[in-house]
Structure formats: C-alpha cells, structure tokens
Design a binder for this molecule. Sequence first.
Ligand code: M6R
Length: 606
Amino acid sequence: MCGIVGAVGLEDCSETLLDSLKRLEYRGYDSSGVVTQDGDSFQMRRAVGKLKNLSQLMHESPLNGRSGLGHTRWATHGGVSERNAHPHIAGDKVVIVHNGIIENHSVLRAELEAEGHKFASETDSEVLAHLFLAAFNEGLSPRDAGVRVLSMIEGTFALAAMHIDHPDMMIVARNASPLAIGIGDGSGFVGSDAVALAHLTRNVIYLKDNDLAIVRPDGVEVFDIEGTPVNREVVIVAASQGMVDKGGYRHFMEKEIHEQPDAIAHTLAAMTDSQGLLATPIPRDELAAIDGIVMLAAGTSHYAAMVARYWIENLARVPVTCEIASEYRYRNPVTSAYSCAVAISQSGESLDTLMAMRHAGEAGLRTVGLVNVAGSTIAREADLVMPTRAGPEIGVASTKAFTAQLTALICFAAALAEAKGEITPERRDEIHRQIQKLPSLVGKSLGLFDEIRPVAHELTSARSALYLGRDVLFPVAMEGALKLKELSYIHAEGFASGEMKHGPIALIEEGLPVVALLAADEVMGKAASNLQEASARGARIILVTEERAAGTVDFADSVIKVPDVDPLLAPLLLSVPMQILAYLTAYEKGTDVDQPRNLAKSVTVE
Ligand code: M6R
C-alpha cells in the first residue's frame, strides 16, 4: 500500500513529484522519498513520517533534474526508518520505487549478496534495484533488463526503475498492484493511480498484470512478460479526478460524514433507470437467473456485505455468503452453489478483494464490482460494475463510502427480489420511496454532533468498549466497533446481542461502555432484554436508536436518537451517529483522525 510516482522529460521534476505524492499519501504515510537524476548522478531526499517532513527537507535542500521517482511508504518488510524509505539506489547506477511484496526476496537477496551486492535496507524492495543493476551490468537493454527482472521475482508489484546511463527513461511494471502511466506533451509519468497524475495529464494507460513498459518523453512502449510488444488502450480519465480539500472542515472524515446525504442521493440516482424505477446495471434476465451470491470484501466493505445478506435473503430469497476476501481465496471454497460474486470495495484496489474476485471469476461465477473509484482495477476487471457515487473518500476511516455501499445494496436487493418475483413491483417502488427519504434523514442525523460530544468525552477514558446489535444491526455493531478502534485506538468489539450470554458477557464489569443499537423491528424486545442483562452487570449503556424505540430501554445511561425510519433502512441511519461518536472520541483524544497509525486507505498487499 505504498504510492509510487515518476516523471520523465520535465524542465524540473521535483515539485511535480511532490505534488503527485500528496495525492497518494492516502496509500501510506510512514515515510517518503524523492530521487532525481541530475546529470550523471542521482540526488535523493528521504524522510520518516508524513509527507510534510519530506516537503520541508526538499524546501531546505532542493533537488534538480528532468526525471525522477517518488514514493510514500506503508511499511511491510523492514521498520519505519530513513534507510528503509524508498527510493532505493543500487551501485549509484539504478534507482527503484516499489509497491507490493516481493515474496522470494530472501532467496534473491542471498544470491545477490553472494555475488557481492551490498544492501542498505531491510526491505524486500531493494532486491529490485540490485536485480536491475545486475541485468544492466550484463549489458542488457532496458526492455531486456525488465524482462529478466520480471522472470526472477515472485509476488505483487508496481515498480518503476531508472538507470543513470539511460536519462529520461523509466522502466515500469505491475502485477496485481495498481499502476497508471500518464502521457504528457513531451513528458511521461507514472503513478499508483490516475489521481496522482490528474494535475499532469488525462491520457492514461493502465497496464495489465505482468506488463512491462518503457516510458520516455516521446512515448510509451508496452511489452508482455516475454518482451513482446503489446497494445494497451489510452484511456481519457475524468477531469474530476483532482485533489480534494477539506472544504472548511477540520478533517476529511468530518467533511465526508457531512457529505453522506449527497453520496446516498448520487448513488441512488445511479441505481434508478430512465423511467425513475429502481434498477441495477445487471440486465433483468440475468438478475432473475441469480440463484446464489458470494460477497467478497474486507473491513468496512465486508460489514456492508453482511448487512446486504440480511436484505437479499429476506427480500429476494437468494442464498448469500459473505466472505472475508483474504480468507476466501486460500480456503478452496465450494463455488458451485453460487452463480454470482459481488466484490465490494471503496477503492476498487484492495488486493485481497481483487484476488478473491479473480478466484471467483476463474471458477465461472459472474463477477460484479461494487466500487466507488471508477477506473480502479476491480472496476476494470469485473464483468459488471455497480457504482457507488460517494465521491473521493480521503479519510482512512470509511464513512460515506459505507452508507453509499448500503444504499446500492438495498437497491440491488429490492431489484433482485422483484426480478425473481419474490416481491411485487409495487413493493419495490415502496422500498424505493423509503430510500429516497434517506438523504434528508441522514441530513437530520448530522445535527447530532453536539449531543454526542459529551458521550464521546466519557468514552475517551475507556480502555475498551462493546458494540451490540441484533439481526441486521449485528454487522452495523461490528462496523461501529471498527470505527472506534481504528480512530481512537480504544479496544472495541462488536457482538450479536443474543450471543453475549454465550461468553462475551464475562467481559462486562462496572462502567464498561456498551454501545447498543436498537431499531423498531421484530427483534427489538429480545435485543432490549439482552441489554438489560448487560446493564444488570454494571455496563454503561449508550443507546443508539430511533425516536420511537428509545423508550424500550429506559435504563440506558445515554441515548442518541435518530429520526424514525423504515426498519429495512435502520442499519444505514444508525451508522451515522456511530461514525460521529468515533470521530469525536478520536478528536478529543488527539489522534490523527484522517491518517490513523499503522493504516492506509488502500490496502494493496495481501
Ligand atoms: O477500499 P476497500 O473498501 O476495499 O477497503 C477495505 C478496507 O480496507 C476498508 O474498509 C477499511 O476497513 C477501512 N479503513 C475501515 O474504515
């Protein structure tokens, strides 16, 4: 989950590289670096910590050069230190940047060291620099050196390399990790995504796995892994893929929480046909033929999938299994029970989800990508795309992408149910009408910040918290717990309320905060009894509920109320106060809300 950038053919490339890195900082922020070729030497600056540290260093000690590479790191192999920061230079001749994991790096490193190569870092990536150096030392051309290196490495990579004797030229390659090549006017660029290049060009080539390319100011040549030239389409990316700012909010997360009414409305528009009816990008006859769905996702997107399972099974009577993407691929799943795989991913780049989707596709399932980033790898590789229209989500904690995913998924569930004859067109239209109320209901729930602030204040002193929900609110409870732990570093777990008595209730002691989700649904009474059991053992109950259900738990210590909503849509609306609670708790604790420790927005390693 590092970000890589590169540029050739500019008057002075260092500021351009820094600007591109700023657009990629969501991918990792442990350390960063920039290298430029200045005449017959490489000049490099690297700094530990956020990109602003590198920026300051480059301000104090500027770099010159027409061509260069940059990197923002999320550490995998080797701790967070300047020497492990990229770029990595070998023999003063070759420099590389890399995103991914070279799985056979230990063997390669031992071989290279035996040949006399001296390593300067503990990273897996540095072997790439030495492999290129060895290939060039044998007199291979840039293309042949690239072919040689690709034939030796195993794992995932998006890489860019430069050689001192080949000025204004980059060798780039990818396997599973994202990479975009930008074509400028007398210049060439590379970036981990098109957003990194949006200020430079809209003409982009996305490499396929195991492609190799030579980027020069006057053009790009693409080769397959054997070195045979191949054609790859030049795509014109949307002009809107630019930088976004905080728009006056303190954090991107705060802004993104407030953008949810729009994110939901725009996603709903994408799931509505020209006659104003709920529809999906999947043709109706294909929908009707779906007899089993496997949902593949990670993190928050996985919780969205779990909510959707309740909806789809309940409305459409189609069996659904929700799989943690990183588990699915390696456990040899029985795929014959399902005809459709839905890969859910905000970024469209999570490697676990991409690999799981490929696995399902290879097993013959029709693949649907539910993604927020148009042009992402999952969007390009899925048979069909169901878009969320949340707009760029920059804060590492997913907020508007989650509620947009839920919006698309309830639309999908209702359209599927109608196509399969499980509900009438009138019921589908009624669900559609209820979904249309969501932007305004979510808008009203955004007024809860002041009410939630004192609850968050109390939570800051907690060492642990439990989140409870029953039925469709169980995955929402897990999502609430994930928000709290990733932002405020308070240990939090989500449980199915009915499961508490089977073990987790032992955790309850005097004052333990229990965030309890309650809706006016069929299980409300049972969920309230489960809370009574927790309260009787000293838990401090923070009830998050609809107005009309609040009276059911009259023993709660704090009550956060959202407006009444159709029971089907309660998971969506009740998510909002949980996001606000996690945000305010983290803010008060003074953690880095938009870039929490150890995390990255887009996880492109396995
Ligand atoms: O981009 P994706 O939806 O594939 O990302 C999946 C998870 O990494 C992501 O949802 C993560 O759990 C968020 N940080 C949670 O807020």
